[in-house]
Design a binder for this molecule. Structure first.
Ligand code: P6P
Length: 339
């Protein structure tokens, strides 16, 4: 066997093709003859942000130990919280892309207007939660970035009007999970693809071309500490699940809990409570993107018994919505109890 052949055999998944996220994006672009490439550039900016954030997260504790005595790091700059830094990374990477008109983040009260030209070029709004579940960072738990991409409507009266579109209008959505590996899951409305970052070459490599959520799964995922505040139907469902041998799994970071539900099946919930009648999760940059991913993978995503998350009409950028998503059979069962 030649040396080249022996090296080729050691490539990851030697029996499969090695497709990078970049190659996948360009192949997708070629499927749309009128595509201008603008959209591809936005996805590549998100991938660059993800690699940068992943590198920062992996070293955060070390920088804290190595880089700072108290609140300052070795450059004498004030240590910033990683979610603020992650937000900055996304704003800078997306800001350089001419196709991004507006960005909106969980970290910022107002949307940021990047471009106002009305030159007829198709532009997009990108919404994101830069570091979802960041409280898990202190304990090396899973955290993530969630993103949603909408078409920009320059004729809309204000940035909010262009952004406040129902989830059915999303042209793409996805998340990056910074867990035991760095996983990027994305949909552009043509099924769900999954990539894993190979840190040795700094590339996201395709590992699953068509992610499908199992139709059922005997796992529920929610914060049971809030149980006394749940409306009765949700409590009745929990009693049923526990009487029928279901397992509970809850990381406390939506990206980690939804990713497990997507791959293993089951149901993820953030129900309403007396104190938080709309639950805790945000519609525009948490529930909507996750709902698009789950539905594109063959699952269901509801804001309660009857309303699909993607059909909720947004009123404000940071509005919250109850979340029930996952395997078709499991979501429908919860809906029966909750109705
Ligand atoms: P609780 C993280 O703070 C987050 O926004 C989601 O990632 C997660 O699903 C939820 O809140 C956890 O909230 O109330 O269970 O701690």
């Amino acid at each position: 066997m030649s040396q080249a052949e022996s090296i080729a055999d050691r490539l990851p998944g030697a029996s499969q093709n090695v497709t990078s996220l970049q190659a996948h994006i360009l192949a997708e672009e070629r499927r749309h003859p009128h595509a201008s490439g603008t959209f591809s550039w936005i996805l590549s900016a998100l991938a660059l942000s993800a690699k940068t954030i992943a590198a920062l997260i992996r070293r955060a504790r070390l920088e804290d130990v190595l880089g700072s005595m108290g609140s300052e790091n070795v450059q004498g700059e004030e240590q910033q919280k990683l979610d603020v830094i992650s937000n900055e990374v996304l704003l800078r990477c997306l800001g350089q892309r001419s196709g991004v008109a507006i960005v909106a983040s969980e970290e910022d009260d107002e949307p940021t207007i990047l471009r106002t030209e009305t030159d007829g070029e198709r532009r997009y709004c990108v919404l994101f939660d830069p570091l979802d579940g960041s409280s898990n960072l202190d304990v090396a738990g899973g955290v993530g970035t969630i993103f949603s991409i909408l078409r920009h409507h320059p004729e809309a009266g204000s940035p909010e009007t262009s952004i406040l579109q129902a989830g059915t209008e999303q042209v793409a959505a996805g998340y990056i999970l910074y867990g035991s590996s760095t996983v990027l899951v994305v949909t552009t409305g043509n099924g769900v693809q999954m990539f894993v970052l190979d840190p040795a070459i700094g590339s996201f490599l395709l590992v699953e071309e068509e992610v499908r959520i199992p139709a059922r799964g005997e796992t529920y995922s929610l914060n049971e500490g809030n149980r006394p505040g749940f409306p009765q139907g949700w409590q009745d469902y929990l009693a049923w699940a526990q009487a029928n041998g279901y397992s509970g799994r809850y990381v406390g970071a939506m990206v980690a809990d939804v990713h497990r539900t997507l791959l293993k099946g089951g149901v993820f919930m953030y129900p309403p409570t007396g104190k938080t009648p709309d639950g805790k999760l945000r519609l525009m940059y948490e529930a909507n993107p996750m709902a698009m991913i789950v539905e594109q993978a063959g699952g269901k995503a509801f804001a309660g018994a009857a309303e699909r998350i993607l059909e909720v009409k947004p009123q404000t950028l940071h509005q919250r919505v109850p979340v029930l998503l996952g395997s078709v059979e499991e979501v429908d069962r919860v809906r029966e109890f909750v109705a």
